[in-house]
Design a protein around this ligand. Structure first.
Ligand SMILES: Nc1ncnc2c1ncn2[C@@H]1O[C@H](COP(=O)(O)OP(=O)(O)OP(=O)(O)O)[C@@H](O)[C@H]1O
Length: 338
């Protein structure tokens, strides 16, 4: 079946005063219809740049190469006019901080109606009715009253629900949610993720969920793509990724997820070091300097994505094998022979 979206060899370079920055390096992945795909990695790995590149949202100092197809149609290279019609109608975005995306001096009801006028060419009465329906759909209590309020009168969680309602207003086929819960309290985070999952199931909208927190994807994603320093380094169905992570980086991200059973074992473990800022496509494993299992080959050539020990693709010369112990959260032996 043709995927809803297929991204092929996506490469993004920024021209900066300090020289070029290679933010995304030949990233390829697909999003199926109705799928919830999580794009995961630490801050600075290139997740947001990837999301923005899909519909031409990057600043002028970005040079984008590769291919992004939506239901078979190439999006890279489309005029700004056409892209702006794709945004909103076919691909909608929800960002981390709703306060910066909402207009502070306009009621939220008016803002959602503006979207409906602009993209759906709805008349006044139709837009009012649809705005109410959307507020109900995203679980905003007392929607009549809320529609007349300004963003500052709503809590962070409610504002994010408003953003999701606006994103869904034009019935997009893909919703890109970039760290949608990072700014929210933990209990509200779970509610918003539940909402995204439910809405995706109800409306058939696929979701590309971008997050640095592997912990939040377990209950919501169907599949996970792990990104490191601009490259995709592992890709798997969510269950298999949690049970048998193959890349030491994914293993590290999992170790950073709070897990009460692991407390006796020393609690959370951070991955030492920082994500490097790449200037060019280095022919090495870019995780080598932070990897506890590094060997000579990792610094001599670049591992590409290939089926790993448990079947799903991983870009590592010496992938991990063995199941994670459910009690301790620790994985077993390495299987690579190099
Ligand atoms: N406009 C820009 N000019 C130059 N470099 C940029 C620009 N935008 C992003 N970058 C660089 O691209 C790399 C990837 O950034 P990106 O924001 O995609 O990471 P991320 O994984 O989404 O992290 P975060 O969650 O912090 O946004 C980083 O090194 C960043 O500094």
């Amino acid at each position: 079946m043709t995927p809803l979206m297929s991204v092929d060899g996506l490469t993004v370079r920024f021209r900066t005063e300090d020289g070029p920055v290679l933010a995304v390096d030949t990233a390829s992945f697909t999003v199926a219809e109705r799928e919830v795909l999580a794009l995961v990695g630490e801050s600075g790995c290139g997740k947001s740049v990837t999301a923005m590149a899909l519909t031409g949202l990057l600043p002028a100092n970005a040079e984008v190469r590769g291919s992004v197809r939506l239901t078979g149609r190439e999006l890279l290279g489309l005029s700004e006019n056409r892209l702006s019609s794709v945004r909103g109608k076919e691909i909608a975005y929800v960002f981390q901080e709703p306060m910066t995306s909402l207009n502070p001096v306009m009621t939220v009801g008016r803002q959602i109606r503006e979207v409906l006028y602009r993209h759906q060419r709805m008349a006044r009465a139709g837009a009012r009715k649809r705005a109410l329906e959307l507020f109900e759909q995203v679980g905003i209590p007392e929607p009549h009253r809320r529609l007349r309020e300004y963003p500052h009168q709503l809590s962070g969680g409610m504002r994010q629900r408003v953003m999701i309602a606006m994103a869904l207003a034009c019935r997009p086929t893909l919703l890109v949610a970039d760290e949608p819960t990072t700014a929210l309290d933990v209990t509200i985070q779970a509610d918003i993720l539940d909402l995204l999952r439910t809405l995706s199931a109800e409306t058939g909208t696929a979701v590309l969920l971008i997050t640095h927190d592997l912990g939040v994807v377990a209950d919501i994603a169907d599949r996970v793509v792990v990104m490191y320093a601009g490259r995709i380094i592992e890709e798997s169905k969510v269950d298999s990724l949690f049970a048998t992570p193959s890349h030491p980086y994914t293993r590290g991200l999992l170790d950073a997820v709070p897990n009460p059973a692991r407390r006796a074992d020393g609690g959370l473990r951070e991955i030492p070091g920082l994500v490097p800022v790449l200037r060019s496509a280095e022919d090495v494993c870019t995780f080598a300097d932070r990897c506890g299992h590094v060997q000579e080959r990792c610094r001599a050539s670049r591992p590409t994505l290939a089926p790993g020990p448990v079947g799903h693709p991983v870009a590592c010369w010496y992938p991990l094998g063995g199941r994670v112990d459910e009690r301790t959260g620790l994985s077993g032996a390495r299987t690579g022979t190099g």
